[in-house]
Design a protein. Structure first.
Length: 271
């Protein structure tokens, strides 16, 4: 088995435009209608053995119960080192597989730092997800890539806690290789790596179908090149979240999301 996959159609804690609950099926539909060959890895993703567990039975309006159900599902799946792929849904859902899989390095690709302790008096939100994960794995084991939207509270926490931040501006100024060198250094001591991708890490020109787009983001090429540097046999989990099909009028966002998943799994399978 090359991957286990589950959809989590949940968006009850979004802060602006709902619709990410429709993301899992949109990504599945796109994956059935794109070519599967990876030029990067000379590998045909049609040969991937992916066990699709279907969609989680979410509790709309209740993040904590939904996360508990997802955590139990991941923990009870006999992965035996096979990566577990979670497709959202909002980014909040990333907490559960991280808790179940217990990585020692959390790499998150996101436009937003998501390091608030609470948002609108709520601790479980896509605006607090990286803060909650930092409490699980330790802030020194969190690396944020592509960020460009934050607030004073979040920036203070990042600086004081030891979170590693590679902003989108740094990547644009210094190049992908410079960011890749930082990632390689952080990977040296890791044994179990979890990769979390909030699709708004991409610039809206490449990913218009997200609820909270931010200008001056990464290109698809930059993101895939960075993922190439971090995906190896230590990958235990991957999530791809925040696709909003209601805003994806051309379908290009769903297609790009499906391609990202196929490229990551192709890299892992081709090792």
């Amino acid at each position: 088995m090359d991957a286990y996959l589950i959809g989590v159609p949940f968006d009850s804690a979004v802060s602006w435009r709902p619709g990410t609950r429709l993301g899992p099926q949109a990504i599945r539909d796109a994956s059935f209608n794109i070519e599967t060959y990876s030029y990067r890895y000379s590998f045909d993703a049609e040969n991937l053995r992916i066990e699709d567990l279907g969609d989680l039975s979410v509790v709309h309006g209740d993040s904590e119960k939904t996360l508990q159900r997802l955590e139990e599902t991941v923990a009870e799946t006999p992965t035996q080192g096979t990566p577990f792929v979670t497709v959202g849904g909002e980014h909040t859902v990333a907490y559960a597989p991280v808790k179940a899989l217990k990585p020692d390095l959390f790499l998150v690709f996101d436009a937003h730092t998501d390091m608030r302790d609470q948002y609108l008096d709520y601790h479980w939100s896509h605006a607090t997800i990286s803060r909650r994960v930092s409490e699980l794995v330790g802030p020194q084991n969190v690396v944020q890539v592509g960020v460009r939207a934050s607030c004073k509270e979040e920036l203070e926490f990042i600086r004081e806690s030891g979170v590693t931040e590679i902003s989108a501006l740094q990547i644009h100024r210094d190049g992908v290789e410079s960011a890749a060198n930082v990632l390689k250094q952080r990977l040296q001591s890791a044994s179990k790596v979890y990769v979390s991708i909030d699709l708004d890490v991409l610039d809206p020109a490449f990913m218009p179908g997200v609820g909270n787009p931010e200008a001056e983001g990464l290109t698809t090429h930059q993101l895939l090149n960075l993922l190439d540097k971090v995906v190896d046999r230590r990958l235990v989990g991957l999530d791809v979240t925040e696709l909003n099909p209601l805003l994806d009028t051309s379908g290009v966002s769903a297609i790009t999301a499906a391609r990202i998943i196929l490229e990551v799994l192709s890299k892992k399978a081709a090792l």
